[in-house]
Design a protein around this ligand. Sequence first.
Ligand SMILES: Nc1ncnc2c1ncn2[C@@H]1O[C@H](COP(=O)(O)OP(=O)(O)O)[C@@H](O)[C@H]1O
Ligand SMILES: [Mg+2]
Length: 274
Amino acid sequence: MLKIEKLHKSYKKNSALDGFSCELGRGIYGLLGPNGSGKTTMMRCICGLISCNSGSIECGGDEIGYLPQQFGMMKALTLYEMMEYFATLKRIPKTEQGEEIERCLELVNLSDKAKSRVGSLSGGMVRRSGIAQAILGDPSIILFDEPTAGLDPEERMRFKSLLKKIRDGKTIIVSTHIVSDVEAVCDSIIIIDRGRNIFTGSNGEVAELARGKAYLIEEGQESRLIGNYYIKDRISRDGKSYLYVLSDSPVHGAARAEAEGGIEDGYLCALKNI
Ligand SMILES: Nc1ncnc2c1ncn2[C@@H]1O[C@H](COP(=O)(O)OP(=O)(O)O)[C@@H](O)[C@H]1O
Ligand SMILES: [Mg+2]
C-alpha cells in the first residue's frame, strides 16, 4: 500500500533521511525514533509537502490524511468552519460535508465544541481537532506525527481507542519517541535512527532484541562492564542501589535481570547497537 525506497533528504550538509526504506501493508505502524531521527521529514516527504533528493514513494493512488507535528491554525474560525475548510480542500462535496464533519468530530469527542472558536480550545482539544481533519474524508493512508504530544493520560487512551475504531482497511503511521505510545496499539514498529530504518518488526520482535541483555549490577561496579552497554536506570532493592544495564557482553558476577523493560529495552538495544 505504501512503499518507500532509499529515501534521501538533506538540508544543506545535514542528512535528515539517509536511505530510508520500508514497505507497509494494512495496519497500524509505530514509527519510533529519538528527536531529530527524521520522522517528521519522512512524513512530509510522503505527503509531498517537501521533495526528497532521491528515492521513491509509491502509495498506489491512495488518499493521504496527515496530522502535522505542529497543528494549530485558523484560530479565528469556529471548529466547524475549520473542518469545512479542510473538507473543501479535500474536495468533499458540499452536500456530504455536514455528515462527514459530524462523524469526525464525534470520533475525537469534540461534537460539543463545533461552534467554539479554535483559538478558545485547550492544547489537547486543538490536537484532537487536528486528528479530526486528518481523518476527514476517510483516507486509506493516515500519518499522525507525534499525535500524543501534549495530551494527558486520558486523552492518550482515547487516541488509542480512536485508532482501533478507524483502523479497518487502512495503513496508519503513528510517529513518536515515546515507547508506551506504540505498545498495545501498533501491529508493527519501525525504528528510525539518523534517517535510517534500523529495525522493523512486531512488538514481540522488538522486545526480543533485549533478551538476555539486561543486567542488574551494584552501583559502583561499573568497571565490570565491557563491550557495548547502556545504563538505563537506577533502582533500589533491599536497601541497595543497582544499575539496570543493557549490555551486549556478559557482565561477570552480575545478576541477569528479567527483561522487565520489554519493548523499551529492545528499542534501546537497537538504538545503542547492543
Ligand atoms: N527545515 C529544516 N531545515 C534544516 N534542517 C532540518 C529541517 N527540518 C529538519 N531538519 C533536520 O533534519 C533532522 C531530522 O529532523 P526531523 O525530521 O524533524 O526529526 P524528528 O521528527 O524525528 O524529530 C534533524 O537533524 C533536523 O535538525
Ligand atoms: Mg518530528
